[in-house]
Write a protein that binds this ligand. Structure first.
Ligand SMILES: C[S@@+](CC[C@H](N)C(=O)[O-])C[C@H]1O[C@@H](n2cnc3c(N)ncnc32)[C@H](O)[C@@H]1O
Length: 255
């Protein structure tokens, strides 16, 4: 399947996307000489910031998209690997497993959390941020279109839904997995975009990539056109446009 991630499209809302990353990073307790993994690291820019802010000894960024990894930054102790998070099973444990806006693409969170916990050494930390915006028209419209007879056939029934648990369930899982300290919170990010059209550009850089890679170019063009026609009338025509974006931030520390 082609890789539809386009670092330029994703980077268009860099400032807005950086805020949740920084909020997540603020939950992490820095320790000397940390060994860190950044799961779904994207272009690696934020991995570099993570590496520097924590003064980490070693930071590994993993991502399964070759285009996102095409121009990763270089720094001492920083390296990147093209790998599916679902296959991540390190031989040597980490002090921190960090993931900003990526794990919602990975199914079966109870097993994922169990695996990530196994990848940590005693005193290790887990820090995860994921969007929880499936109820917004920007996401609902994509689901609706994917379920329409025309696209359901072309997409072979595929519908992109994040398999997220309820916020309180993440807290319970952290407890069950032995995390002695934790913070789980749902935060609404109020992103001010230039206009409602910008919502389409935002969603194109993330959620819609999964439809794009499953459709032939002409079908994808039609999908996007229909998406636009259905979505825009549901959004207030105001400038700036307020795009509300709930996200869950999860942090835990092992004894
Ligand atoms: C929304 S971007 C976030 C990138 C980066 N963490 C940031 O905060 O800018 C999501 C990234 O997760 C990666 N990704 C999604 N599913 C993945 C998987 N199963 N294994 C590895 N990477 C994955 C995508 O390729 C993409 O680069």
């Amino acid at each position: 399947m082609p890789d539809p991630w386009d670092p330029r499209q994703y980077d268009r809302f860099r400032t807005e996307r950086a805020q949740p990353f920084r909020d997540l990073l603020a939950l992490v307790q820095p320790r000397p000489g940390m060994r860190v993994v950044d799961l779904g690291c994207g272009t690696g820019d934020m991995t570099l910031e993570l590496h520097r802010e924590l003064g980490a000894r070693e930071t590994l960024g993993i991502d399964d998209s070759a285009s996102m990894l095409a121009k990763v930054p270089r720094a001492e102790g920083l390296r990147f690997e093209q790998l599916d998070i679902a296959k991540f099973a390190p031989a040597e444990p980490f002090d921190l497993a960090f993931s900003n806006a990526a794990l919602h693409w990975v199914p079966d969170h109870p097993s994922l959390l169990r695996r990530l916990t196994r990848a940590l050494r005693p005193g290790g930390q887990l820090a995860i941020q994921m969007p929880m915006n499936d109820d917004h028209p920007s996401h609902q419209t994509a689901f609706e279109l994917a379920r329409s007879p025309e696209f359901r056939r072309l997409l072979h029934g595929f519908e992109r839904r994040a398999e997220l648990l309820e916020p309180a369930q993440y807290s319970s899982w952290l407890h069950k997995l032995g995390f002695v300290r934790q913070q789980v919170r749902l935060q609404i990010y109020a992103h001010l975009l230039e206009s409602r059209e910008q919502v389409i550009e935002w969603v194109r850089g993330a959620l819609l990539t999964d439809y794009q890679k499953r459709l032939a170019p002409a079908d994808w063009e039609r999908f996007l056109r229909r998406y636009r026609e259905l979505l825009l009338p549901q959004l207030d025509d105001e400038r700036p446009f307020l795009y509300t974006y709930p996200r869950i931030l999860i942090w835990g520390e092992l004894p």
